[in-house]
Design a protein around this ligand. Sequence first.
Ligand code: COA
Length: 372
Amino acid sequence: MTDPVGLGGLESTEVGSSALTDVRGTEGKLFYRGYEADELSRTRGWEETALLLWEGELPDSARREELRSRLERRRALLEPAAESVRSIPASATPMEALRSGLSLLGQGWDYPPTEEQYETILAFPPVFLSALQRHRQGKEPLRNEPPGLAQAAAYLWRLTGREPSEAARRALEAYLVLVADHGMNASTFVARCVLSTWSDAASAVSAAVGSLKGPLHGGAPSLVADFFDEVPSPERAGEFVDARLARGERLMGFGHRVYRGEDPRARRLHEIAREVADPRRLAVAEAVEREGLRALRERHPERPWGLNVEFYASLVMEGAGLPRELFPPTFALARTAGWVANLREQESRNQLVRPRVRYVGPAPRPVPPPAD
Ligand code: COA
């Protein structure tokens, strides 16, 4: 019998070492450079988290302000590039559009990436995604962002032209911090593989967006919200959960490859959702959580079940006022911090990533003569 083909999930394969993010699956903890992400999300912003990931230490206020203002300037410079939203077909999802936008942005970029290119990757998503959303609503993109905004607030402003409420801004900021990086997940691995070939940073990050798009990785938060729509009341959550599983479908927002129980980001996002989510949606979500865990434990008692980051992320993004179609690319916007950190680390000691695969096909054989 021949061996089954496929790469498998590489669960127990360590592909190298990294000094960035420590994902402790058994303990249910996540640390960036030694600081717990949960704690950072309470007191620090996304720009500070990005600097922590890149430089290894939390920045002082001058360094944080320097990055904030550089990104602010860069967002203004990128406004013409965001005009590319006009050429994107209406049928493309925002995640597909972002993947294409990043790819266009990087024309002429080379290896090794420059500081300016890394900064451009960070500043591009809020400008591009807001322009895309407004274009699809028949509106012009907004320019002349009020001075002094950090990335989270600038993104919300660019979508609506209004300064976000403090609650919305804080919720989004905390979400961006919580998902800024996460070990050797699929999109990060993809990004590092691309850069390892001496390709450019835009190619690496557009490939990463393509990877994040899949519902087993980052495409789930809007699907979680769709499921909450289907459940008419908390009392009926069990019935809808069971029906979904009976159809052989997965429950989005449940399960994780690394965490052997609950994802620590899910706990923190639940806390934030309690502050910003619509109370009826929150009640449905909490009932889906209860019933989902019950149903999954019944079906797979051997597996340690818990929520993952996507479950309450959907309510947090909803509460921050983001439209559902922007949930997955907002994840990408946050993750640019981690992708860039990983590309910098890759670049610091680059070697072509080129694993081997065991060949299990036919043994060498002669080509038969043509039939006629
Ligand atoms: N709902 C229903 N069944 C699930 C499930 C879920 N959320 N997650 C895993 N399973 C089942 C699989 O169907 C499989 O069952 P089988 O052995 O009978 O075929 C078994 O559990 C193992 O699945 P596998 O994909 O190998 O587990 P994993 O630990 O590698 O998966 C995820 C991790 C995140 C991909 C998985 O839990 C999942 O698909 N979750 C839903 C999507 C999601 O929330 N994505 C966001 C991730 S952050």
